[in-house]
Every structure is written in C-alpha cells, then in structure tokens.
Design a protein around this ligand. Structure first.
Ligand SMILES: *Cc1c(COP(=O)(O)O)cnc(C)c1O
Ligand SMILES: [Zn+2]
Length: 404
C-alpha cells in the first residue's frame, strides 16, 4: 500500500493540471491549485476501521495527504484536537448540541500548525531550501518553527502590530523576520517582490497548494470524532478562508470515499465587522469579494482585506446553503468572557467571534434548537495576552482579604 494516493494538482478555476513532483505556485491563469487523489484506488484499500489504531495526529490520514514518502513528514504531534461539548453555553444559547473543536491545543497554539506541518513537509519533499511568506503572525510563527525543524530557511514579513508573541516565536526559530508598518496586504507585496528577485518558494496563502491539505484535516477529524457523521452547521472564523475551503474539500472527499453520507453541513464564514469582505460579497450574492479598505479588528488572524481564495470560500458557502456573519469586536470580547466563565475555556478572539455568530444565528432562528453545531476555535486565548484588559485590586503586603 502506498503512503499517499496523491495524483496531481488541478486549477480551481480553469481546471488545468500540474504534476505533483515539481514546485508550482499559482496556475498560469492566476488561480490557486488544489490537490487531487486517486479516490477509486483509495476506496478499495482504505476503510474507516483502519484508522482506529493509528497515532492521534493528522498524519493518521496520510493516504489523503500530499506527502509521498513518510521520511519527509515534519511533525510535532499536531492534530486530533478535542471536540468538546459546550453544555452550559449551549443552554445559554438554547442549542442542545453545541461543540467546540479546540485548536488551541496544538503546537504553536493555533490551527496554523496544520497547514505548516503539511506545507513544510511537502516543501521538504520538493527540495525547497528557502520559503517566504506574509502573515498576520500565527501562520508565520508556525511555518518558521516547522521550517526550523525541517532545515528550511524561512523569510517572514508581518505587520508591526501583529501580536508580539508571534513575532517572538518567529524570531526564536532563527527565521529572517521583517516587520512592516502596514497590513498583511502590504507584507504580501513585499514578499511577492522578494520571491521574484531572490527566486524563493512563495508560501503565501493558497500560492502553494499544500497548506489547505493540512487544514482540511479539521474536517476529517470532525467527521471521525462524530463517528463518521456530519453536524448540521460548522462555523469558522474566516480570514484567507483556507480553513473553510479545506473543511469543505475534506467533507466532499469523505463523501467520495463513501465514509459519510447525506447533506453536507451548512458552512458559515464568520468575520469581524472591521474587516468583512466575504460577508459583504455574500450579502450582495457575488462570487468574489472586494478589497476592504482600512480594515481594523482585534482578531488579527481574520484581518485579511482581500483573500486570493475568496471565490472558493463563497463557493463553499453557496454550495452548502451556508451564510456569512460579521461580528463587532466588543461583542467578540464579551463572548470570549462567556466561554471562560461558562465552559472554562480561554479562547482566541477569532474563536469568540464564531460563538457570537452562533448566538446571533440562533436568535434569528437560522440555527435551530435541535441542530448539531460545531464551532472552530482556531487558537488559544493565551496567544493574545494583550487583547484582554482586566481590573484587579492590588493588596498592600500586610493587608487581608475583605469579602462581603
Ligand atoms: C489565520 C487565522 C484564522 C483564519 O484562518 P484562514 O484559514 O486564513 O481563514 C482564524 N483564526 C486564527 C487564530 C488564525 O490565526
Ligand atoms: Zn487556471
């Protein structure tokens, strides 16, 4: 049996095909490339039961991942994060089956480790020596650290006001780190030029085809953790949108394998009202988004004014009867507190946006009381130490506690 049943790359727009053996970035038409597999062969050799005894990392799905030789796998044990029931919050929102897929419990503290693990492993297999990428912080930190483990040089450009912890993580890895006095789109321009001049591998979102394969494992895991069934609704905090595109791809692939059946979950893209290009496009029934001017939100991971894969995100929403929701930053913050108080989870602001969206959609009856709802919390709250401000009383050394 082969380690991977990967066959080729295919353009998401014009359907041109490319070899899996060489370094490709975008299609000549400018669109992202997606990874294809031999589903007919895979159907015969792989069955859900085969996975039961495997290691609890995302590499348990290696036949449906693009790395062809196991010795190229660069892993820190990422994947198989818990799917937690949220009974107290569920009661508060009047939803009987509310779950959180908690990506805070993963190396580097955000789900970006999934994309980095598979993306860096495949880069190693393709002989990449140096890659460059723009980032809002979390992806850069993950790719820099996985790059260090793989022996690949990373050049990372991030906004000056990206969360400081991600800057430190990236610098600690020994990567070439640059800060830009601007947004991720400005970092993107700088990387684009550097890639051309220095002939680097461009690891920008969707400009390399493999990180989406890492991110799709969130969808595979949700189905496996639910006993190869699918929830009614999955909500995801959407920046570049690769997570959502990946989950959609994963669930369609599982259907091809016959491992799940029935209607796909309604997929919901959640954004901040300070940067909501996908929501605007969805409300206007468009198939592409427009650059969001002067974007601003505390949820740094979803501050993406224009995503190169926007048409794929919208396709996933339309294709599943989903929707797109924008949440104000202050609403996000109060929901973040609800999570900590009711469920003991300190989640990231992006994840909190998702729960605020669930509350809103339940109030509007778009989500029904008896539906099974899965929220993606994409990272740990402790990666954003400065987002939360608390008032705490300072005691004099010899004072005692006064309780009423
Ligand atoms: C990057 C990021 C997102 C957005 O992910 P995309 O797949 O790019 O849409 C959401 N949350 C966190 C914490 C992130 O770092
Ligand atoms: Zn094309």
């Amino acid at each position: 049996m082969k380690y991977s049943y990967v066959t080729h790359l295919i353009c998401a727009k014009c359907k041109s095909e490319y070899s899996i053996k060489e370094k490709y970035q975008l299609c000549t038409c400018g669109s992202p490339l997606l990874v294809e597999y031999d589903w007919e062969a895979l159907k015969k050799v792989l069955h859900p039961e085969d996975l039961a005894a495997r290691e609890s990392t995302l590499w348990r799905y290696h036949e449906m991942l693009p790395v062809e030789r196991s010795e190229n796998v660069v892993s820190q044990g990422e994947g198989m994060t818990p799917l937690l029931a949220m009974p107290s919050l569920g009661r508060h929102m009047n939803i009987k089956q509310l779950y959180m897929k908690d990506e805070g419990l993963i190396p580097t503290g955000t789900f970006k480790a999934r994309g980095a693990a598979v993306g860096v492993s495949k880069a190693k297999e393709l002989g990449v020596e140096e890659f460059a990428m723009p980032t809002n912080g979390n992806a850069g930190a993950a790719w820099a650290l996985y790059g260090a483990k793989a022996g690949i040089t990373a050049t990372i450009v991030m906004p000056q006001d990206a969360p400081k912890i991600t800057r430190n993580e990236t610098a600690m890895s020994g990567a070439n780190l640059y800060l830009v006095n601007g947004l991720i789109s400005d970092a993107g321009k700088i990387v684009k030029e550097a890639v051309e001049i220095f002939n680097l591998y461009d690891a920008s979102t969707l400009k390399e085809p493999y990180r989406i394969e890492g991110k799709k494992t969130m969808g595979l895991e949700i189905a496996e953790q639910m006993g190869w069934t699918m929830p009614d609704v999955i909500l995801y905090p959407t920046g570049g949108g690769v997570g959502l595109i990946g989950i959609y791809k994963a669930l369609k692939e599982l259907k091809k394998l016959g491992w799940v059946s029935g209607k796909l979950p309604r997929l919901v893209a959640v954004q901040s009202s300070g940067c909501a290009p996908i929501v605007k496009a969805w409300e206007e029934k468009k198939t592409e988004s427009q650059f969001w001017e002067k974007s601003d939100t505390i949820a740094f991971g979803i501050n993406v004014p224009k995503a190169i894969g926007d048409f794929l995100v919208l396709d996933a929403i339309y294709g599943t009867n989903g929707c797109a929701v924008a949440i104000d930053d202050d609403v996000m913050l109060s929901e973040q507190q609800n999570l900590a108080r009711m469920e003991g989870s300190f989640i990231c602001p992006e994840g909190a946006a998702v729960f605020a969206a669930i509350r809103k959609l339940r109030q509007e009856d778009w989500i029904k009381e008896n539906e099974t709802v899965v929220a993606l919390n994409t990272g740990a709250g402790i990666k954003y130490p400065d987002t939360v401000e608390v008032d705490v009383e300072v005691l004099e050394k010899d004072s005692s506690l006064k309780r009423i």
